[in-house]
Ligand binder design. Structure first.
Ligand SMILES: [Zn+2]
Length: 54
């Protein structure tokens, strides 16, 4: 699997929902029932948290 380019990261960031804290992101994953398949990461672009898509 190739590494995402800066451009791809930026697009992903814009597309994804942002969470203020890791807890907020994990709460959202729990509500969606996907907490086992997703994890939260701190985005270096917007300084907010996103959930991984895989
Ligand atoms: Zn972001």
């Amino acid at each position: 699997m190739k590494k995402p380019t800066q451009e791809e990261r930026r697009r992903q960031c814009e597309r994804k929902r942002r969470y203020r804290t890791q807890g907020d992101a994990m709460d959202a994953a729990l509500l969606a029932g996907v907490e086992r398949r997703r994890s939260a990461y701190l985005c270096p672009l917007c300084k907010h948290w996103h959930l991984t898509s895989a």
